[in-house]
Write a protein that binds this ligand. Structure first.
Ligand SMILES: [Zn+2]
Length: 138
């Protein structure tokens, strides 16, 4: 048992090359699951080809758009319910409903999709890292 007191060097905010981030942090901030650099996304929901810092190939993680359909359904239900409640309780004009819900929908979809895709990629990376490559099986 050595002294582990120096392990907690404040690497919470700037995690460049400081090791793997937690899955939650990586998903929320779009961090590379291997080196923790902020390289996972090139657009709001588009993954980069590979990590610009450590070269991890993001394209090899086949996350796909599986979560998109489910998320759209769930968010759609929530937003329709919200609009219905607002309509019944406050009876706002139709344009006000549009002004409220169009941006809310857009932001919610982008945010949820980004989070889900990043979380899947990070989990896939961690599984692969733990179990190793399964290939060349006789
Ligand atoms: Zn990286």
């Amino acid at each position: 048992m050595g002294r582990m007191g120096r392990a907690g060097r404040s690497g919470l905010m700037e995690a460049d090359g400081g090791g793997a981030p937690t899955p939650a942090a990586a998903a929320i901030k779009g961090l590379c699951p291997r080196c923790g650099a902020r390289t996972l996304f090139t657009g709001p929901v588009a993954f980069a080809q590979r990590c610009r810092v450590c070269g991890l190939d993001f394209q090899s993680f086949n996350v796909g758009d599986g979560p998109a359909a489910l998320l759209t359904l769930v968010l759609g239900a929530i937003i329709v319910a919200g609009a219905a409640v607002l309509q019944v309780s406050a009876d706002p004009p139709f344009w006000l409903q549009l002004v409220i819900w169009i941006p809310v929908t857009a932001i919610a979809v982008v945010f949820a999709l980004r989070l889900a895709k990043a979380a899947l990629l990070v989990l896939e990376y961690r599984n692969a890292a733990r179990e190793g490559r399964i290939k060349d099986q006789p």
